[in-house]
Design a protein around this ligand. Structure first.
Ligand code: NAD
Ligand code: UFG
Length: 338
């Protein structure tokens, strides 16, 4: 029997797409998710896409006894650890929830892995650990900082992983720093399904286009960028998912710990994204330019050279593909998985 890959948070947005990429590359995902921000319907959709329904354990990464049982019974080869909370604004309101879930959950998972003698881990970090970068593109050796509890939880976990590796170099650890994951699987069967009003740009745009929201508010038209709106590195979620497969391949073949950016290396402004989406859906999007959002930065994009060199991976899907796939998902699922 092939050993599964334990995917914590695998019912969520990036996790469900990564399950598809894992199955397509011959791996067997086993999802552990408490469904606090997702629906198990995503896993049924993964089955419709790939022909394989991932194994599913409904549970919490903070449940040590459950982890001991799952690791003993299923003997996974590696863990891809997506489970966590990710809303920046909520993290400011409820910092303890974020430290408990993200930092505490990761420590509980690492302890269970240690007890089980399993030392292969891929961790979802974020470009948020670069704070407000002094320059772009951003390389992995740039200084790190955090401006909110969510970002600080990612910084802390990166440091926990670094300390663990130094204490026991038998661990193999990948710290993957995602830029802005967007888009959906080209089938339109899985995609991003945020609860309530979306915080992020692309789900907001698609909900305006489908008529769930009346107009987009663009946060700031006076940033020091070419068109005055914020610039980000939007990466197609299937490119990101394939980045995890590449990271897993590297991890299983090499000792050590590595940290890589997963981004495209291209900056795209908010207005450019709106225009690309308008082209894709064939209609104008109502928007207004309002004040800057607290905590935002002007521009952020990756230097992806390290990922290409180490993992032989690079993002290949363009902005038009991102918009077309996001739009297909939103139109087929106007209320998400509900
Ligand atoms: P998501 O909310 O869709 O997925 C996270 C999943 O984890 C959800 O299915 C949720 O139910 C589950 N979960 C949360 N806490 C859990 C717990 N204690 N035990 C078990 N399951 C739990 O989010 P996503 O966008 O897929 O993000 C996945 C990871 O990537 C997160 O760690 C996030 O911080 C990180 N990340 C996301 C982005 C982004 O913009 N989406 C950017 C950088 C990093
Ligand atoms: N924006 C708007 N209107 C909106 C939403 C967003 O104008 O309704 C703008 C923002 O001001 C920003 C850009 O669109 O300029 C992107 O904003 P997102 O909220 O989509 O993404 P962020 O870059 O702010 O942050 C995201 C995740 C973070 C993560 C970061 C880097 O939310 O958790 O990417 O990976 F840390």
């Amino acid at each position: 029997m092939t050993q599964p890959i334990l995917v914590t948070g695998g019912a969520g947005y990036i996790g469900s797409h990564t399950c598809v990429a894992l199955i397509e590359s011959g791996h067997t995902p086993l999802v552990l998710d408490n469904l606090c921000n997702s629906s198990s319907e995503s896993l049924e959709r993964v089955r419709r896409i790939s022909g394989v329904r991932p194994g599913f354990v409904e549970g919490d990464v903070r449940d040590a006894a459950l982890l001991d049982r799952v690791l003993a019974e299923q003997r996974p080869q590696a863990v891809i650890h997506f489970a966590g909370l990710k809303a920046v604004g909520e993290s400011v309101q409820q910092p303890l929830e974020y430290y408990d879930n993200n930092v505490g959950g990761t420590v509980t998972l690492l302890q269970a892995m240690q007890r089980a003698g399993l030392r292969n881990l891929i961790f979802s970090s974020s470009a948020t650990v670069y704070g407000d970068p002094a320059s772009v593109p951003i390389r992995e050796d740039f200084p790190r900082s955090a401006t909110n509890p969510y970002g600080r939880s990612k910084l802390m976990i990166e440091d926990v992983l670094g300390d663990l590796y130094r204490a026991d170099p038998a661990w193999r650890i990948a710290r993957l720093r995602y830029f802005n994951p967007v888009g959906a699987h080209p089938s339109g069967l899985i995609g991003e399904d945020p609860r309530g009003v979306p915080n992020n740009l692309l789900p907001y745009i698609t909900q305006v286009a489908v008529g769930r929201l009346s107009r987009l508010r663009i946060f700031g038209g006076d940033w020091p960028t070419p068109d005055g709106t914020g610039v980000r590195d939007f990466i197609h979620v299937m490119d990101l998912a394939e980045g995890h497969v590449a990271a897993l391949r590297h991890l299983l073949a090499h000792e050590g710990m590595f940290t890589v950016n997963l981004g495209t290396g291209q900056g795209c402004s908010v207005l450019q994204m709106v225009q690309a989406f308008e082209r894709c859906c064939g209609r104008g999007l109502p928007y207004e330019i309002v004040q800057r959002r607290a905590g935002d930065i002007a521009e952020c994009w990756a230097d992806p050279a390290q990922a290409q060199r180490l993992l032989n991976w690079k993002a290949v899907r363009d902005l038009d593909t991102i918009c077309a796939d996001a739009w297909r998902w939103q139109q087929a699922n106007p209320a998400g998985y509900a």
